[in-house]
Every structure is written in structure tokens, then in C-alpha cells.
Design a protein around this ligand. Structure first.
Ligand code: SF4
Length: 962
């Protein structure tokens, strides 16, 4: 008998028993047994028992509305359980229709409920009264805020002060929406958080393959190679973690590099705890093992690496043969023995050899990822990613089943209803001349650039971004933000208070993850999907036949959503259309009227998502109705090795082939679902690059200038760094040779699985689990100081010091200490998120700043009785305030690791104390700036940046000219 049959029999028997006793049998609220998720056919009217009525069996009816989690970058699907009677959201669970997350979430997904119910969230637009930062606010109407902003922006635009407008976003929602707004305004003002997150890793991948991140097919891998904490917090955390676990259950081997014994490391078959910054040396030792023992895929290398270009450039005296290249390759990494890497890493060479043997057994199913972690901690961290990808390139694990794919091929960017041209501007506050190869904006340097007079801002928007707390050197941010001659107006678009919003002029409440629209698609397996975030109460009420045209009508208070806000603001900037802005915000359906979000997304789903209109039609829905009902759509479940696709003969008319096999054609571009050739690959006049001659066939190739995997980067040569043209090892700024006596390395790059920067602070469930960040210190380092767990320590950095509690543990390497970057929230004014923010005094004397916590109480009265039950009081420390900026001279990445001294606390020290001298931070900024090779000296062609390096809000070609 089947499982279902057995259950039915048991239910029938139970019914008989109950009825025999003369009682009424209750068949269960769902009337369905053993269903992992509510079947989608019943999402409009789903019944569950009310838990608060237990033991009574009171049924509640729900409408299940899909949306997308916003508590990290993974964009997992959520289902909001909207009570049909009260129209309240009662809980969030996973959306089983979402191809990336497949119904699963981490703890942060369901905690969205706390965030929408936060009694201290901002519900109305607020305007500063008093001095900036003083904490005095008045409530204003949206109209007042919009009119003032529109007038101000219009003035800046018409006075040609476009570079004084800046939008600084941390986690964007919809990819590219704000860029298009800025482009419509003609502004090069997009700023991001990327250079405190992933600039390094992105550059490492970009140089190899022309796509700035990997897309590992973990689920089908033989060997999973992680330089990250993937199973707890890694990039695309839950969607990736579930696939890694599935692969491991099937027998895949997992290799983890992490100096700190992370939860991920505890699941590894090979766990390596390297000295921070030595990871590239290990990668190269593994590569050397593969090369010396002929354990690599020679045929793949011959076909797909740009070895000819390397031979011509670096060994012109040699015959350009593959045999010759292989001989040279054997020499190239021969110094990277296991003994050398082991001595750099503080790891036994035999352990490294064992890892290398496992890698060699992967065949072409090596699935590898490095995102933040070592790449983001170290000077030259981009070589960690580049040397890791060398292993994929050697084993041929590139876009194979179980290998490592290109993100560009596994994510999908739908075309929007309007695509304004890129601005005819170049903003040197964001893309300064010192960093022509930076991967994304040099956002950590903004306060330094402002303070040294490189420019000023008329209007500065921050959105999902809290640089005062999140960035290094937060006091320099405060110094810049409180100077009204440098920042004319700061507008914080935020659902909650944060350390940066305190220094705003307007605080405008934006919806949380379930209170707004956007679309997104991320590379989480070898396939493509698109997800739709939507305001669930607006959708629920619309399904109940209410006519809502503005998300504010459904959100709490006057909370809005960013898309409607930008559309309305743009409309008011150019009401008559003479600036050429309004045309990008007009309805196509009803010309002369403003575009609505329904039309915006309706057009996108109708016109630019392959297969969606057909899938919707099968259910008698429009594409927009389909996405509103299910929240996600899988476009393709296998993408595979696009580089090896043969170019069709229609695309091969009037062909020219260059010395390296690049094929150019005058044939028009075919309608292909993916970008394969580099967006700005070198072209001949009137021709476009269409592929690559491999054998006697033309293949699509990779989106790099050569069309091949660029083991050798001519871009690095041409742009001033010829010595770093190949995967290599750069000794970190915290290499042992560079430390002074008594210094240790502080590793501040890890995050705890249940928090996400400042976005999750208003979730009481998450705060109860994680609210502090003690210093991980090995007993080898703690014992000489007599330090025990719970003792207070001072950690001295280049700018000052911070005080926190110790956690003495063998889970961190001797000589290294670690502190999670997720805690130490603080507030000056007003009171908010008190379960996780400490009220502090900020004292400033010239460049010297002191922070001290002024209250130990955390519990407070509010409309939520739980706020009086808060039992914790240790809220950690904002260590980032004490870090100077360390911009990598090539990638622009802030190199997070710090050389520090640990001392016992002084008698006057209190937990969370901070002292910083910002004079020192300017000095360190200038020292790192001196490491760069500015574009004026290195540009090979009079442009600001290699044209094949894309960038957010890509300006016109003329703006690329110096
Ligand atoms: S991994 Fe967790 S926080 Fe991130 S999107 Fe998924 S459920 Fe949300």
C-alpha cells in the first residue's frame, strides 16, 4: 500500500474511533495530508488553525501572495499569508514555485514579519528642523518633499551641475531601475556598496572570462571548492547551500578555506584554515600540482585559453606552439610548491597536497566560488578569485554539468519599457582617475574626496545604505555629511532609522521587502529565472476587487515604494517635458498620463521574458497576472556551454578573421537569448565581432576581448600593470612580513547567518538569536594577556581603538582574531530598533572622536509586548568606525583586514567604547592612493577605462574619453 493509502486508512480509522465516541471528527484544516506546501491551486483560500486559539480548533482563511525576500541578496521566494478577514499578513513562508529557492528560506525570510510589524518603523515623510544630525524632525507631506526635491534637482540639471546629484544604494532591489532613472536625468550619479563587498572577486573573474562572478553548478558537482562561508552566509546563501548539501549527500567532496572555523567549514571534507591572504598561494600550488603531473585538460586549454596571445606578448622569441606553451606553463608556477604555500598559509604541505588530489579527481566537475571572504580582505584579493578560477580553467570545468558557469549566462535581464541612453557625463567623485580598473564606484573614498575639495554634492540620496555604520572610517562620513557646503541636501530613502539617516535632511519611508515592486534574476544553478517582488497587501486587496493605484494606499502609514516615488519625482522635475525627462515616464497605453507600475511590469512581462506569455496563456492569465499569482518564472533550466555553440551561417557573411581567430562580420545580429561576445570587443570598421575560429568552426566564445579564457590579460598590460597580467599571488597588506612586532590580524569580514548588515536590525526574532560580536581569539594569543572569555579587550587599529568582550576559542588561527561585522548598532537620535541599537554619546574635539554607550537598558515599552521581554543588553561594537580606508589600487576594493594590537582593557573602558582620530584616516587614505597608477599615465588610448569593462549606468562613449 502506498504511503498516501496508509495515511488514508489511518484517517478513516481515526474517524471511526472519534465517531464511535459520539464526537465530531475534524479532518484537518487543509483537508490534504502530507503536502510539503499548500498546493498553488488553493492559494486564494487556504485554511489553517489559529495557533493562538489552541487547543480550540479555530480555522483562519488566508490568501497566499508571493513576493521576494529582501533580507539578503539571494532573492528567495516568500509566500505571505494574508488573513482574508483582517487583511493582515500573519506569516511568511517559502514559495515552492520559485526555481532558485524551491520553497526554502533561511531564518531571515520568515523574520520579514517582524520588520513589517516593527513598532518603531518610520511611517511618514520627515524633514529635519534644527542642525543636521541634531535629531529634530517634523512630519511633512509627500507633496512638500517631492516639490522641494523636484525644484532642487531641476535647478541642478538646468545649471549643468549634474555631477552634484548622487544616488547611493547598498542592496539594490530591481537591477538597473535607478540607473535608468539617473540616465533619464542625464546624470552619472549611481553609487553602490560594491567596493566594500565584491569589487575584488568581480575583477578576478572578469579578467578571466568577461563575466564578473561565477555561477557554480553545485548540485551536479564532484568537487565543491569554497573560499567563503557558503552554507551559512555565502553569496546566494540558501539557494546555493541547499544544492551543496544535496551534492554532498550524493557523494560530492567539499573543500572549504576559511581562517575561522565557520559552520560551513564543519561540513567540509577538507577544511583549510589559511593565514589570511595566503589563499592565492594555495590555489597556485594546487594549479602547479595539476600542471606538473599533467592532470589538467590539455585539449580544453589548447582550444579555449588565449595562450597564443600570451606567447606572442611574453615569449616573442619562442615559436608559438601549444607544446612550447605547455613547457613554459610548467615553469610558470613551479615555485608554488606545497611547502611554499604551506609556509605562507601556516598549513601542513601534506594537507594541501591532499586537497590538490581531490581537485584533480573532479574531472570537469569542479564547482568553485569565492565572493567576499579572502578576496575582500586583502590587498590584491582579486588574485584570489583569479587564481581560484585557474583551477576551473585547467580542469575544463567551465560551464559544464557540475562545473562553474558564467553568471552572465545564468541570470536574466528583462528589457524595460524605456531604456534611456547613458549619460554624457563622467563623475570623477565615483570613478576617479586613479582607479581606471576599479570594479564599481570608489564609494569608500567619497568623504575623502569631498573633504579634500574634489567636488560637492547638491543632492545625495541614500537607499538601503548606511555608510556611517557599514563603511570603514564612519567618522569621516559624519564629518562630510554634516558639512552643508559639501552635501547640500541628504535624502535618506529608508524603512527604518539607521546611523546614516540621522544625518539626513529628509527621511522618506520606503517599503520593506513585501511592500514594493521589483524584479530580479540571479545565477543560482545552470538555468535562468525571474522573480517578482510585489507589495502583498496591495495585491491581496486588488484580488478582493479594491481599485488601488498607488502602493501607499496599501502600505502602513504613508510608506511608499521606490519605483512609484522615482516616477513621480521625475514627472515633477520635468512636468512639461522640455528637459526630455518626462517622455521616459509617460504611459504608452494612455499617452499624456504617467506610467503606472502595472503598465511598467505588464509591458516587461508581455515583451521581454521568453516563454512567460505562453505559460500565462495556458492558465488563461496575462503575463502580469501570472507573475502576481506565482511570483517567479523559470525561463530555462539548462543553459550550458554557450561559448561552444556554433555560430549560424546567417551570421557569417562578409567575414574577416584576425590573427588570434576572432571572427568579424557585417551580418546583422541574430536575436539570441544571451550575450556572448564582449559588449565592446575590439571591432573593425563596419564589422562586429561574432565569434571565434576553433578548428574549422566558428564558435561563440567568451565575452572577453580575445573571445577566449584570458589566462593572459592584455588589458592589465595595456592599462599599466603588465607584471600582473596572469593569475598570481600578491602579498597582502597584512602579510606577516608587513606586521610590526606584537601585531595580529583582525578578520572582520564574516557575517552571522541570521543578520544582514543594518537591514535586519528591526527583526526581534533575529536580534534575540544574534545581538553581539565578541572577539574570537585563540588561547595561544589570549593566555599571555590572561584573557578569558567575557573579559574586556582593547583592539588598537591605525585610527584608534574599540573595546569589546573576548571569546577565547580554538576556532580561530593563532595570530588572527575575528569579529563579525554585524553588530554594534548605535543611535544618537531618535529612539529606534532599541533591541539592537545602543544609545551613545558622541564627543568630538577637532579630528578626535569618542563614542560611549549611555544606557544599559534595552527593554522598552511599545505596542509590542515583546519589547518589554528583551533579556539581552550586550549589543557589541561598531568596529568599522576604527578602520581606515584601504582601497586596492587595481580593483578599488576596500581591503578589510586590519593589523591590530590587542591589549587588556583600561580601567575606564566600557563595552562598545570607540576612539578615532580622523586626521590619521586622511593620512592612510593618501598612503593607499599613492599605490595607484592613474589613468592619465597609463591609458593606452586616451579613454578613462577599458571599454569592455562595463559599469553601472554606463555613460556614452564620448564620456569615456579623457
Ligand atoms: S537566503 Fe535567507 S535572507 Fe537571503 S533571500 Fe533567502 S530567505 Fe531571504
Amino acid at each position: 500500500m502506498s504511503e498516501l493509502g496508509r495515511i488514508s486508512s489511518r484517517v478513516s480509522a481515526a474517524r471511526k474511533d472519534v465517531e464511535a465516541r459520539g464526537e465530531t471528527f475534524y479532518p484537518g484544516p487543509s483537508r490534504v495530508h502530507l503536502s510539503a506546501f499548500p498546493p498553488k491551486e488553493r492559494w486564494d483560500d487556504w485554511v489553517e488553525l489559529e495557533s493562538t486559539e489552541w487547543p480550540k480548533k479555530v480555522e483562519r482563511r488566508y490568501m497566499l501572495v508571493p513576493t521576494t525576500c529582501f533580507n539578503c541578496e539571494s532573492a528567495c521566494g516568500l509566500l505571505a499569508y494574508v488573513d482574508r478577514d483582517t487583511l493582515e499578513v500573519r506569516k511568511f513562508e517559502g514559495n515552492p514555485e520559485h526555481p532558485g529557492s524551491r520553497g526554502r528560506n533561511c531564518g531571515k525570510g520568515p523574520a520579514t514579519l517582524n520588520q513589517i510589524q516593527d513598532p518603531e518603523r518610520i511611517l511618514h515623510p520627515l524633514k529635519r528642523i534644527g542642525k543636521r544630525g541634531e535629531g529634530k524632525w517634523e512630519r511633512v507631506s509627500w507633496d512638500e518633499a517631492l516639490d522641494e526635491l523636484a525644484g532642487r534637482l531641476r535647478k541642478a540639471l538646468t545649471e549643468d551641475r549634474k555631477n552634484e546629484i548622487m544616488y547611493h544604494v547598498g542592496r539594490p532591489g530591481e537591477d538597473g531601475f535607478a540607473n535608468r532613472i539617473l540616465a533619464a536625468w542625464g546624470v552619472d550619479g549611481h553609487n553602490s556598496h560594491t567596493n566594500i563587498c565584491s569589487s575584488s572577486a568581480r575583477l578576478g573573474f572578469q579578467l578571466w572570462v568577461g563575466s564578473d562572478r561565477p555561477s557554480p553548478d553545485f548540485g551536479n558537482a564532484e568537487v565543491i571548492f569554497l573560499i567563503s562561508s557558503h552554507l551559512e552566509t555565502g553569496h546566494y546563501f540558501n539557494p546555493h547551500a541547499q544544492r551543496i548539501i544535496e551534492a554532498r549527500k550524493r557523494g560530492a567532496r567539499v573543500i572549504v578555506f576559511d581562517t575561522r572555523l565557520s559552520n560551513t567549514a564543519t561540513h567540509a571534507d577538507h577544511y583549510i584554515s589559511p593565514y589570511p591572504g595566503s589563499e592565492a598561494a594555495i590555489n597556485l600550488a594546487i594549479a602547479n600540482h595539476l600542471i606538473q603531473n599533467d592532470l589538467y585538460d590539455s585539449e580544453f586549454v589548447r582550444s579555449w585559453w588565449n595562450w597564443e596571445e600570451y606567447m606572442h606578448s611574453c615569449h616573442p622569441e619562442e615559436a608559438c606552439t601549444f607544446d612550447g606553451f605547455e613547457r613554459i606553463l610548467k615553469d610558470l608556477y613551479s615555485e608554488f610548491t606545497f611547502e611554499y604555500a604551506g609556509s605562507e598559509a601556516g598549513v601542513h604541505p601534506e594537507e594541501l597536497k591532499s586537497v590538490a588530489e581531490t581537485v584533480a579527481r573532479a574531472g570537469n566537475k569542479l564547482s568553485a566560488h569565492n565572493w567576499r571572504s579572502a578576496a575582500s580582505g586583502n590587498l590584491g584579493g582579486w588574485q584570489v578569485a583569479r587564481s581560484m578560477y585557474l583551477l576551473c580553467a585547467l580542469t575544463g570545468s567551465v560551464a559544464t554539468k557540475g562545473g562553474t558557469h558564467l553568471a552572465a549566462w545564468n541570470r536574466f535581464s528583462p528589457k524595460p519599457i524605456y531604456t534611456p541612453e547613458g549619460p554624457d557625463q563622467w563623475n570623477e567623485l565615483l570613478w576617479p582617475r586613479e582607479y581606471p580598473l576599479s570594479h564599481h564606484e570608489m564609494s569608500i573614498l567619497l568623504p575623502h574626496f569631498l573633504l579634500e575639495g574634489r567636488g560637492k554634492l547638491d543632492t545625495y540620496f541614500t537607499r538601503v545604505y548606511n555608510p556611517v555604520w557599514t563603511n570603514p572610517d564612519g567618522f569621516s562620513w559624519i564629518e562630510a555629511l554634516t558639512n552643508e557646503s559639501l552635501v547640500g541636501m541628504h535624502v535618506a530613502l529608508t524603512p527604518t532609522w539607521n546611523e546614516t539617516a540621522q544625518y539626513a535632511d529628509y527621511v522618506l519611508p520606503m517599503g520593506l521587502g513585501s511592500e514594493r515592486h521589483d524584479v530580479h534574476s540571479y545565477e543560482q544553478y545552470d538555468g535562468q529565472w525571474i522573480g517578482f517582488r510585489q507589495p502583498v497587501l496591495r495585491v491581496a486587496r486588488t484580488r478582493m476587487n479594491e481599485d488601488l493605484t498607488d502602493t501607499r494606499e496599501a502600505n502602513p502609514g504613508e510608506v511608499w515604494e521606490e519605483n512609484e516615488f522615482w516616477m513621480e519625482l521625475s514627472w515633477r522635475i520635468d512636468p512639461e517635458g522640455e528637459l526630455g525627462i518626462r517622455r521616459y515616464f509617460e504611459s504608452k497605453e494612455n499617452p499624456g498620463t504617467k506610467l503606472s507600475v502595472d503598465e511598467y511590469y505588464g509591458w516587461m512581462f508581455d515583451n521581454s521574458v521568453p516563454g512567460l506569455p505562453e505559460a500565462a496563456a495556458e492558465e488563461d492569465l496575462t503575463p502580469l497576472e501570472y507573475m502576481r499569482r506565482y511570483g517567479a518564472f523559470e525561463i530555462r533550466d539548462k543553459v550550458g556551454a554557450l561559448y561552444a555553440e556554433t555560430v549560424s551561417s546567417e551570421e557569417l557573411t562578409d567575414v574577416e578573421i584576425d590573427d588570434y581567430g576572432r571572427v568579424y562580420t557585417s551580418a546583422p545580429k541574430m536575436n539570441q537569448p544571451h550575450t556572448v561576445t564582449a559588449p565592446k570587443a575590439p571591432r573593425r570598421e563596419g564589422l562586429r565581432c561574432t565569434g571565434l575560429l576553433i578548428g574549422d568552426e566558428v564558435k561563440r566564445g567568451f565575452p572577453t576581448p580575445s573571445g577566449k579564457l584570458e589566462f593572459f590579460s592584455n588589458t592589465m598590460v595595456n592599462w599599466g600593470w603588465p607584471e600582473l597580467a596572469m593569475p598570481g599571488y600578491i602579498k597582502s597588506h597584512i602579510h606577516r612580513e608587513k606586521l610590526a612586532d606584537g601585531q595580529l590580524v583582525l578578520l572582520p569580514t564574516f557575517r552571522v547567518p541570521v543578520q544582514i548588515h543594518t537591514r535586519s536590525g528591526n527583526s526581534k526574532w533575529l536580534d534575540e538569536i544574534a545581538h553581539t560580536n565578541p572577539l574570537w581569539i585563540n588561547s595561544v594569543d589570549a593566555d599571555p594577556l590572561g584573557i578569558r572569555t567575557g573579559d574586556l579587550l582593547r583592539v588598537e587599529t591605525d585610527l584608534g581603538y574599540f573595546v569589546l568582550k573576548a571569546w577565547v576559542t580554538e576556532s580561530i588561527k593563532p595570530g588572527v582574531v575575528a569579529c563579525s561585522h554585524h553588530m554594534g548598532r548605535w543611535r544618537v537620535q531618535p529612539e529606534s530598533q532599541r533591541q539592537v541599537t545602543a544609545a551613545v554619546n558622541l564627543d568630538r574635539e577637532g579630528n578626535k572622536w569618542n563614542m560611549r554607550r549611555i544606557s544599559d537598558s534595552v527593554a522598552y515599552e511599545s505596542s509590542d509586548p515583546d519589547t518589554q521581554r528583551i533579556w539581552w543588553s550586550d549589543l557589541g561594537v561598531n568596529q568599522n568606525l576604527t578602520f581606515p580606508v584601504h582601497p586596492d589600487p587595481i580593483s578599488g576594493m576596500h581591503c578589510w583586514h586590519q593589523a591590530v594590537r590587542i591589549t587588556n582593557s583600561h580601567s575606564e573602558d566600557r563595552p562598545g567604547d570607540i576612539f578615532v582620530d580622523t586626521e590619521k584616516s586622511s593620512r592612510v587614505f593618501r598612503e593607499w592612493l599613492a599605490l595607484t597608477r592613474p589613468v592619465d599615465k597609463v591609458s593606452p588610448d586616451g579613454t578613462r577605462r577599458p571599454s569592455w569593462f562595463d559599469r553601472p549606468g554606463r555613460p556614452s562613449d564620448s564620456a569615456y574619453q579623457l
